[in-house]
Ligand binder design. Structure first.
Ligand code: ADP
Ligand code: MG
Length: 375
């Protein structure tokens, strides 16, 4: 059933993705209630209401569920049980099943394989013996990653030998991990897509992503890859969404190897940092599209209106004071987005900006000049 403006959307998680969703939803006239344990949250500042509770607090969840017409998420590590519990009150989109698939790198990579796509060569590591038994397809250097809860390059260590892998496994606390081949990358790309309750899919234009220290630095759109590769990535992401029976907005990150192979890196069952460019450069943003999907509205147009470079602003740019905002704001084709986080910490995502230009090269140069000025 279509939920019209005036309906109430519940959002699990109160970070920047929830904040930008809240802006899109409230612009369309929906009410938004955030459930998030932290009392200071970027999304709650702008929402109609904020329930401060743990994700496993069933009393709070029941109160939340009773007030919402539909519930969605901005955080992939919401326990599947929470999503299942909430589903007794109203539709939860995406489902517990779809979200769960992206919570554990082992499950995710097996799923990618089962869909006939290629993950990065990997081995599941539960004990030291698994490191010794890792298949010969994984050569050193390799990357040991915790199976769960990693983000922005956290919980990952590059290792050059079995001995280093053993030490890294101990350092990561002996928790379940994957040992992954470190791939020689030509580039990284991502696909953000929306899938409706009826199973229709619309992809946004492919983004080319540059990471620094495991954290996204900038997204460049359109991606500088050939059209066939971009289409293959969109087709692969669509297949994953179909097999998950996904409803909402999701993202798939890909590696393009030096040999031109397309490997699936990981999936996110939510809007994605590499889709922030859609806020300023597409007819419809990824956040509006999420509103549309969870409320069973028609798709918004995903067309790109201008070449764009989106640059993340990490807490590292905050020294004793704020960065020089005027250096940024004096560029008339640059759009600033700040997330309302009170404390700047190194590596913490504080905001981003999008620089538009009629030519992509021009946008790249201008975005980089601004980044230098913000240092
Ligand atoms: P996170 O969940 O922290 O985003 P990712 O697995 O996406 O974790 O890793 C973050 C970044 O680290 C990637 O976008 C890529 O730049 C680099 N990276 C991760 N795994 C590999 C790999 N196997 N080979 C080469 N680079 C990698
Ligand atoms: Mg990633």
């Amino acid at each position: 059933m279509t939920l019209l403006p005036g309906s109430t959307i519940g959002m699990l998680g109160g970070g920047q993705l929830g904040r930008m969703f809240t802006v899109a939803a409230r612009t369309l006239g929906y009410r938004v209630i955030i459930l998030e344990p932290d009392f200071q949250s970027p999304a709650a500042q702008l929402a109609d209401d904020h329930l401060i509770a743990a994700y496993d607090d069933e009393t709070a969840l029941a109160a939340f569920g009773q007030r919402c017409d539909v519930i969605t998420t901005e955080f992939e590590n919401i326990p599947a049980q929470t999503l299942e519990f909430l589903a007794q009150f109203c539709p939860v989109r995406p489902s517990a099943h779809a979200v769960q698939m992206a919570q554990d790198r082992r499950v995710e990579k097996e799923f990618v394989r089962a869909c006939g796509l290629l993950p990065v060569p990997f081995a599941a590591i539960h004990t030291v013996a698994d490191i010794l038994a890792a298949p010969s397809s994984i050569q050193f250097p390799a990357i040991l990653k915790t199976a769960r809860m990693g983000y922005d390059g956290k919980g990952q260590m590059t290792v050059h030998s079995v001995a280093e892998a053993e030490a890294a496994f101990a350092q990561l606390g002996g928790v379940a991990c994957v040992l992954e081949q470190r791939v020689e990358l030509a580039c990284e790309i991502s696909v953000i897509l929306a899938r409706s309750v009826g199973g229709e899919v619309r992809c946004f234009p492919v983004a080319e992503n540059e990471h620094r220290n495991g954290i996204l630095h900038q997204s460049i759109v359109p991606a500088r890859v050939d059209a066939a590769l971009a289409q293959a990535a969109q087709a692969a992401a669509t297949r994953l969404a179909d097999k998950l029976d996904f409803v909402g907005v999701m993202a798939v990150e890909f590696f393009v190897t030096r040999q031109g192979e397309l490997l699936v890196n990981e999936m996110a069952p939510r809007t994605h940092n590499s889709g922030h460019y859609t806020l300023d450069a597409c007819v419809t943003s990824q956040f509006e599209q999420q509103v549309r999907m969870v409320c069973e509205l028609p798709f918004g147009d995903t067309r790109l209106l201008s070449p764009v470079v989106m640059v993340n602003m990490l807490g590292d740019l905050w020294h004793d004071t704020h960065p020089d905002w005027l250096a940024l704001l004096q560029s008339p084709k640059t759009k600033l987005h700040l997330y309302g986080k009170h404390e700047a910490r190194p590596g913490r995502k504080m905001g981003h900006y999008c620089t538009l230009a009629s030519e992509l090269d021009e946008a790249l140069v201008a975005a980089d000049r601004i980044f230098q000025q913000l240092q």
